[in-house]
Each structure stands twice: as C-alpha cells, then as structure tokens.
Design a protein around this ligand. Structure first.
Ligand code: URA
Length: 232
C-alpha cells in the first residue's frame, strides 16, 4: 500500500478488518494517530505516523499467515532432539510460530504466523473459538459417555471440570469433539477420564477455519484475508 493513504484504509489493512468496521472503530474513539483521538476516517496517514487501535500500535509490515496439514511425527514448537519441527515445513523469510499446539502424534490443522498479536487471539480462551477434533478410540464409546464429555469432565490432577463441549458420533469408536479450551493434552485426558484411550487424533477446524481438503500431510497454504479476519 502506498503512502499517504486514508486512515480507514490503513486501519482495515493493518488490523484485518473491513472498511466499515474501521470507520466504526474510529467513530468509537478506539483509534488514535500520533496520540490524537479526535480524528476522522479521511485523515491522511504518512510514513512515520503512529496509528494505534485500543492502545496497540499497528504497522503495515506484512505478516504471514499459514495453515498446515501437520503430519504425524512433527512437533509444533522448535525442533526437539530427534523430532523435526512443523515450522521447518514452511518456506517463509519471516520468523514464524504456531498459533496453538498439536502433539507429536496428532495430525491436522495447525495455524502458523509471524504475527504475535494475531496468534494470541487464536489461542486466547476469551476468543471462545471451538477447536474440532476427529477422535479415534481404542474402545467403543457410549452415548452416555459422549454426554459426559459434553457436560464437562474432571481431568486427573485438576479441580475444575472442562467447559461444555460438543460431540458428533461417527461410529462406535470415532467421534468429533469440539472444545473451546486448550488444556494440556486435553482431548486425550478427557477420554482417559472415561477409562478409554485415544489412538488417533486429527484437528479439522479452528473457529470458522477448516483444514483445506486439498492439503496432503506436510502441505500448507497461505490463509485468505477472510480466514485471517476470523480471529480479529
Ligand atoms: N488434545 C490433545 O490431547 N492433543 C492435541 O494435540 C490437541 C488436543
């Protein structure tokens, strides 16, 4: 984008929001330019101007946003001894990190970005985004047990039950579990609390962003502007 440019256009690009949302934020005094709040959407922004939204300074540095179909055997953090990192599968000139984690033996949707503020929104419990997992169990699961998972279940070593979840049965030993929290090994521990064992786990969706069916394990693509906006 070229400078000078209108404030609403700058805001829409930098914060991944629509032009009408940008105008609303400006009207609601959530935006300031060089510490002034008394501004309007047509204001010209020049190189070096400091634009903030809710106190966070925005920049037009182009961040990158990806979805990866994480293969089994990869960690979602930096590489560990003998285990390759999912980050190494992405060809990016920027330093990227995973927005949330998947275990080494979990496959599926992993979001990666260079934008720390964005990944915070993806993972923040306040964002209330459901993560959808296809769970394969060692033993059949009953309808009663699915209800227990939905209502909230006490995990070993914790004193607060999990928050309400959603389930959809696929067969006797497979179901979709949708949870909005991200506790340590949560899905495996929820199933362990029922005396069962997860033998395969695949994440299909986070919020409104679904793993692209065209991506084979290990393949990735950039997120669309609409997908990026799902978390802003
Ligand atoms: N829950 C788990 O147990 N493992 C994952 O990788 C993700 C959620």
């Amino acid at each position: 984008m070229k400078y000078p440019c209108r404030l609403d256009k700058f805001l829409s690009k930098a914060a991944h929001i629509s032009r009408s949302e940008a105008k609303k934020y400006i009207r609601n005094k959530r935006v300031n330019v060089n510490n002034y709040k008394n501004i309007n959407a047509q204001l010209s922004i020049h190189t070096g101007d400091r634009v903030s939204l809710d106190g966070n300074e925005l920049s037009l540095t182009t961040h990158q946003y990806f979805m990866l179909n994480k293969p089994l055997g990869y960690v979602s953090t930096e590489a560990e001894a003998n285990h390759p990192s999912a980050l190494s599968l992405i060809d990016s000139p920027r330093k990227i990190h995973a927005a949330g984690r998947l275990d080494i033996d979990t496959s599926g949707l992993l979001l990666l970005t260079s934008d720390g503020q964005w990944s915070h929104k993806v993972t923040s419990p306040n964002s209330n985004k459901f993560k959808h997992y296809r769970v394969t169990l060692a033993e059949a699961i009953s309808d009663d047990e699915l209800r227990k998972l939905e209502q909230g279940i006490l995990l070993r070593g914790e004193d607060k039950p999990t928050t309400p979840a959603k389930t959809a049965r696929l067969c006797q030993t497979e179901f979709i579990l949708s949870i909005s929290e991200g506790r340590y090994h949560q899905v495996k521990r929820m199933c362990a609390a029922l005396g069962n064992k997860v033998i395969a786990l695949h994440r299909e969706k986070i919020g409104e962003v679904t793993l692209d069916q065209a991506l084979k394990p290990g393949e990735y693509r950039e997120l669309s502007e609409t997908e990026i906006r799902c978390f802003t």
